[in-house]
Design a protein around this ligand. Structure first.
Ligand code: COI
Length: 375
């Protein structure tokens, strides 16, 4: 079972208190909110408020507030609109059976956000401000944390260059915001195996690029190949490395794992062009706990194809905050179309998903201390 709140012991309460509440003048009526929470999809509905901090080179971070959710007033010359100087994160708030609300490894997201900021030449936000912002927002909009199975309040922290300036140099003004979206499963409906299209003509990131940063540009680069994947009847695109076009890297917005019939598991190593997923590292820990050998290594597309074809690869799955753990049932490319054993209904994939979500929803012991109470 989850441990008691560590809010006050860690000073998190004070970090949230630094945010001034400027409540909306038009809160969503309870009946309307209930209607939204009863029919959730991914990323289409938003809570009543957003957390925000402004930054300028001369004054640093200031004006911590939680304010009405709504459109931003942006100068058309704002640097983000021209040069894409933007980063984001994704984490979730989970409602436990006793009504309390918890989040999962937010310090890891705060650290990755700071690393992304460095790579995109944006100002770094402290862990205290990152945690304070999500805590203040979730407390304000706690009624938006859904209670249904596999539902949560998806939190989207992001930062962008707001300076009105068309020269190409790092911004001197930025905005940090957190918005919140009550969500159901990323791929909709029940958890079911998805199909993957391997992009051979496009890459997500190259050596020395922004692949490890969680920045909008990486996702923008994935959209045309993603469209190609849809056109081929697939749900997601898989990228190969940019230098040899032979090594499996990651999906459009998720990391990937391969389960071998001997019980060992492989996942692409972090090469500098792959996103260091929080779910990815949690899965490695859970697998190691239960005695599985996990190799972070190069996985060649030829190896993946051969293993699925000859049955020595038993399961393949995708993972991420949004997708949690989603089985992959089919892998296709220009000259192959392979079905994973049992159509992707893998036993280890299902067990891992259960283990992870049991911790997140407070149904199992949080033995790694991954949860942090918000409400
Ligand atoms: C996440 O899993 O949180 C992501 O950021 C992936 C995608 C929704 C962009």
């Amino acid at each position: 079972m989850t441990t008691t709140s560590d809010l006050f012991a860690t000073g998190q309460a004070d970090a949230a208190a630094a945010f001034e509440l400027r409540p909306t003048d038009s809160p969503t009526p309870a009946a309307k909110r209930a209607e939204v929470l009863a029919a959730l999809s991914f990323g289409t509905a938003f809570s009543d408020h957003m957390a925000r901090i402004s930054w300028s080179e001369s004054t640093g971070w200031s004006d911590r507030r939680v304010e009405k959710y709504g459109p931003l007033l942006l100068d058309p010359a704002s640097a983000v609109l021209h040069y894409g100087q933007e980063i984001f994160e994704g984490l979730k708030a989970y409602r436990h059976a006793d009504g309390s609300v918890w989040t999962f490894r937010p310090q890891a997201n705060a650290a990755r956000f700071a690393a992304s900021a460095r790579r995109l030449a944006l100002p770094e936000l402290t862990e205290e401000d990152f945690l304070g912002a999500i805590t203040a927002l979730v407390r304000t909009d706690a009624a938006w944390v859904p209670t249904g199975e596999e539902t949560s309040l998806y939190l989207r922290p992001f930062m962008f260059a707001s300076e009105k300036y068309l020269g190409v140099r790092p911004t001197r003004e930025a905005e940090f915001l957190v918005i919140a979206s009550p969500v159901g499963p990323y791929f909709g409906g029940e958890v079911a195996p998805v199909s993957i299209w391997v992009a051979e003509d496009y890459h997500r990131a190259g050596a020395g690029g922004t692949g490890t940063a969680k920045c909008g540009g990486n996702y923008a680069a994935s959209l045309l190949p993603q469209q190609e994947a849809y056109a081929k009847g697939c749900d997601q695109v898989c990228f190969l490395d940019a230098s040899t076009n032979t090594i499996v890297e990651e999906l459009g917005g998720m990391n990937v794992f391969v389960v071998h019939t001997d019980g060992s598991v492989s996942t692409p190593e972090l090469t500098g062009s792959i996103l260091e997923g929080v779910t990815r590292s949690s899965i490695i820990a859970l697998l190691t706990d239960s005695g599985h050998r996990v190799a972070e290594r190069k996985i060649l597309l030829t190896e993946l194809r051969a293993g699925i074809a000859d049955g020595s690869i038993a399961e393949v799955f995708a993972c991420g905050t949004a997708a949690v753990i989603t089985p992959i049932g089919r892998l296709a490319g220009t000259d192959f179309n392979l079905t994973v054993a049992d159509g992707g209904a893998g036993a280890l994939t299902t067990r891992l998903r259960g283990e992870l979500t049991d911790i997140q929803y407070g149904r199992a012991a949080d033995r790694h201390g991954w949860l942090r109470r918000l409400v």
